[in-house]
Write a protein that binds this ligand. Structure first.
Ligand SMILES: [Mg+2]
Length: 402
């Protein structure tokens, strides 16, 4: 089959605030072949910037919009997906957002190919790159979902939030962003202390500092030591996403808790840098940012070889969650799954068949063809913001009717 049509959809809630809540809008990529078979992907990115990367008229041989490269491409075997991705990145060499924007199309390619071959994406992905001996399983392994939410504005409200999540049955919870890092050490410690008190002993508590300390490894080292008595599973993003040297300095000082980072990786090399020079224990990859499931899978392989732990980053809909879990479904050692537990109505309504927790509390990769989730067109119609971009009277982008 060939890619016949590349459609983009800008979805948003009626009101978008400055809260660090990535579920307030979204951009979807839909690929179609001539028979009407479709694949869907979601980017965790600014929708309009992403749409521009697909729709922009060519500037020269190294700035060709993604749609122009994708249309007409042949998609028959798993090897075609990385091949198409490489061609996109070559033709869009000087489009800074190309890897990030490719994420949506790459995810849609795996969805479309899986539907065509009647195979789940996790099985097809195994062909991208062979793993170390014994690293891959023949069947997906269920993951332990951790509820991922923002810190409340006060320690006491955070305690209640943690308690409520435990009551919902979550055995692992991550709190992040919000006021962390804004009011000094005593307040930061109180947030973590109350989160632990609300969660109770036994459950896993993960802390996301939300880039609070810039590049200051002294503060991060002190916070890690102060948080350690509350038995946190990791301290996430103490620094800005690309503060690789700060991560390296913190590693050399020996932090009191494991360090996690990587969600900002908007290309494969970024994650590789964090692993090799930042020395992070957990590498957190968003398939909707790094260039899709193909690039995310390559980071999984890097982590397997280096003894680091791969975790997904997902703060969008269950379309993104499905893409995320397929990437490491067959990796036995990587057991945790970031699981959006709050989120906007848009993110909750986008697929008809969300990845629910089983009776054992675990989440399984779908076994249906492709991503194994179905986009709810009614939700797309409800939240779509039609886009029309015109250059000198010529329409270069127009949202199709759903
Ligand atoms: Mg985070």
């Amino acid at each position: 089959m060939r890619i016949d049509k590349v459609d983009l959809f800008y979805l948003a809630m009626p009101r978008v605030t400055r809260a660090a809540d990535g579920t307030q809008d979204s951009v979807l990529v839909r690929l179609r072949d001539a028979s009407g078979l479709e694949g869907w992907g979601e980017c965790d990115a600014s929708p309009l910037v992403t749409i521009a990367a697909y729709a922009c008229p060519p500037s020269h041989g190294n700035i060709v919009g993604l749609r122009e490269v994708l249309v007409g491409e042949r998609l028959e075997t798993p090897a075609d997906v990385p091949r198409i991705g490489e061609r996109v990145l070559r033709e869009a060499l000087d489009i800074e957002h190309a890897h990030h924007a490719l994420s949506g199309a790459d995810i849609a390619l795996w969805d479309l190919l899986g539907k065509r071959l009647r195979e789940p994406a996790w099985r097809l992905l195994e062909t991208v790159e062979p793993g170390p001996a014994g690293s891959g399983l023949a069947a997906p392994r269920p993951k332990l979902p951790y509820a991922s939410v923002l810190f409340e504005e006060t320690p006491m409200a955070t305690r209640e939030r943690a308690r409520a999540l435990r009551a919902e049955g979550f055995e692992a919870v991550k709190l992040g962003w919000g006021p962390m890092g804004r009011h000094g050490e005593a307040f930061d410690v109180a947030l973590v202390e109350e989160a632990r008190a609300g969660l109770g002993p036994g459950a896993r508590l993960l802390v996301d500092a939300g880039c609070a300390w810039g590049e200051d490894d002294e503060i991060a080292w002190r916070r890690a030591r102060a948080f350690a008595p509350f038995e946190i599973g990791w301290l996430e993003e103490p620094f800005l996403p690309d503060a690789i040297a700060a991560y390296g300095r913190l590693r050399r000082r020996g932090p009191a808790v494991p360090i996690a980072a990587g969600e900002g990786s908007n290309r494969l090399r970024f994650a590789e840098d964090l692993l090799e020079n930042g020395g992070v224990d957990y590498i957190q990859i968003d398939a909707g940012r790094i260039g899709g499931m193909t690039a995310a899978f390559r980071v999984r392989r890097l982590a397997e070889r280096r003894g680091a732990t791969y975790v997904n980053h997902t703060f969008k809909s269950h379309l993104s969650l499905a893409a995320a879990i397929h990437v490491f479904a067959t990796a036995e050692r990587f057991e945790l799954l970031e699981y959006p537990a709050g989120g906007s109505e848009l993110s909750r309504a986008l697929v008809r068949d969300p990845l629910l927790r089983g009776r054992d509390g675990l989440v399984r990769a779908p076994d249906a063809p492709g991503l194994g989730v179905e986009v709810d067109l009614e939700a797309v119609r409800r939240f779509v913001k039609p886009v029309r971009i015109e250059v000198a009277g010529r329409v270069v982008e127009e949202t199709p009717r759903v």
